[in-house]
Design a protein around this ligand. Structure first.
Ligand code: SIN
Ligand code: MN
Length: 202
């Protein structure tokens, strides 16, 4: 069983979980997934374009548009989501120890200037399952708050190869990304950051 190197407000962080060759191999698998399910710019229910681009793999993808936030069995363009890459499932299994596989691997791309406001991941049926995130590319300033709205927050830089788990008491903490540090990683040829989040949906 792997142990976290840092715990912030119950969020367990496994720093440098993936070495550079493992990050590169994972990136290759993600490229293939994204060629089947292209990145798109989601809109918030209020009609604002999000600053991240998204796609997904697995039984469901998470989508947002004027009809709201939800999981969908198909890409907005109509096609099926690709299956979750084997290396992604390996990370889930090794870090969480769970037999149950995730239903969704959300793939977020942050270019310079992209961010994600504080939110909870709460569109899943059972909060007993953890959410696991993998960071690739540029560093991201990840902010962690509380299960309730408001109150103090703490921030931590997530780097390429880091894995974070929101589970147990920390499953419903508010979290977000204030900014990325452009040019801090050479992993992605065009810069930026990719974040994967794995969720059990049903
Ligand atoms: C998310 O909350 O969906 C993404 C978190 C991250 O980009 O690290
Ligand atoms: Mn989230």
């Amino acid at each position: 069983m792997v142990e976290p190197t840092l715990t912030v407000r119950g969020v367990e962080i496994f720093q440098e979980y993936l070495d550079r060759p493992a990050q590169q191999a994972l990136l290759e698998e993600l490229r293939e997934a994204a060629s089947q399910a292209p990145l798109f710019v989601p809109e918030t229910p209020r009609g604002r374009r999000m600053s991240v681009r998204m796609t997904a793999a697995g039984k469901y993808g998470w989508v947002s548009d004027r009809r709201g936030y939800r999981y969908e069995p198909r890409h907005p363009a109509g096609g099926e989501w690709p299956s979750i890459p084997a290396r992604v499932l390996e990370i889930w299994q090794a870090v969480t120890g769970l037999e149950r596989e995730p239903d969704c691997c959300l793939i977020n791309h942050y270019a310079e200037g992209a961010r994600m406001g504080l939110h909870q991941d709460r569109d899943e049926a059972d909060f007993g399952w953890p959410v696991l995130s993998v960071s690739l590319g540029d560093d991201a300033l990840f902010r962690i708050g509380n299960t309730e709205r408001g109150g103090r927050t703490e921030s931590v830089w997530l780097k390429s190869g880091d894995v974070a788990v929101m589970g147990g008491e920390a499953r419903l903490v508010h979290h977000g990304v204030d900014r990325i540090r452009p040019g801090s990683s050479s992993l992605l040829p065009n810069g930026g950051r990719i974040n994967l989040t794995l969720r059990v949906v049903d």
